[in-house]
Design a protein around this ligand. Structure first.
Ligand code: MD3
Ligand code: FE
Length: 237
């Protein structure tokens, strides 16, 4: 019996000690002592920047979703996006057959978007300043929810007025693969896994880079269940 148990322990140890390919990715960041690294000119990943704030951020997301429900918006081409979205702030990003734009009124409720919690504004400004962008003051937080199977194709974010303003992205819940290319569609891309608590600050020449995320694989996160939330803090006007 003891021999059988020891054999089982050995087998389990063996399984656990076989590294997966994913254990080797981002090896450069393990060499670096910093948890902040630049994936493209002006684009900074700050690992775990939001981890301690995540419970509060997600509680605030819940209260926003009560007032402005998550919904699948339709692109100008007429296809529903797989990601569910809502917004808070003075403006919200919307899409329909007419196009992409920022609006003060939520078309689903006919009411202004929920105001942006001061904790959101403060968090985004601090994250931007950690990446070297001082004085960031978002007027929009776009909230994206990914269920298993959802993804976001390669696109540029260019509905904002001033591309000198960065965008701050916060990943919460399940992990996803983020891809970033250049200013032109179809170029070479670099990819990085984004995990719970990771923040990406997009500024400089990355601000107009093509980017997207892969398909969300099913999983379970204690704070978000079978889903991933991404908050993007923007200055629309
Ligand atoms: C690079 N969201 O909402 S966040 C989006 O994970 C969006 O939900 C993805 O792309 C998500 O528009 C990616 C990282 C991100 C956000 C904005 C960017 C990368 C960016 C703007 C310019 C360049
Ligand atoms: Fe984007």
């Amino acid at each position: 019996m003891a021999q059988v148990v020891m054999t089982l322990v050995g087998a389990l140890r063996h399984v656990r000690m076989v590294p997966k390919m994913s254990d080797f990715e981002n090896r450069n960041e393990h060499i670096s002592s910093s948890d902040e690294f630049e994936i493209a000119q002006g684009a900074f990943v700050i690992r775990n920047c939001a981890t301690e704030h995540a419970p509060l951020l997600l509680t605030l997301v819940d209260s926003i979703v009560q007032l402005a429900p998550l919904r699948h918006v339709v692109t100008p081409g007429g296809k529903a996006m797989s990601v569910e979205m809502t917004n808070c702030g003075t403006f919200g990003w919307v899409s329909d057959r007419q196009g992409y734009r920022y609006e003060k009124i939520d078309p689903t409720t006919g009411k202004p978007w929920p105001s942006m919690p001061s904790e959101f504004v403060d968090f985004a400004a601090r994250a931007a300043s950690k990446a070297g962008y001082s004085g960031f003051s978002p007027d929009v937080c776009l909230i994206n929810r990914y269920a298993p199977g959802a993804s976001m194709g390669m696109h540029q974010d260019r509905d904002e007025c001033d591309f000198r303003q960065p965008i701050v992205s916060v990943s919460l819940g399940l992990s996803i693969r983020f891809r970033m290319g250049g200013r032109h569609r179809g170029g070479k891309t670099t990819s990085v896994m984004l995990h719970h608590g990771d923040v990406v600050v997009l500024g400089g020449s990355s601000r107009l880079a093509f980017h997207g995320v892969g398909v969300l694989q099913d999983g379970f996160h204690p704070l978000t269940g079978h889903s991933r939330f991404n908050l993007t803090f923007r200055r629309a006007f």
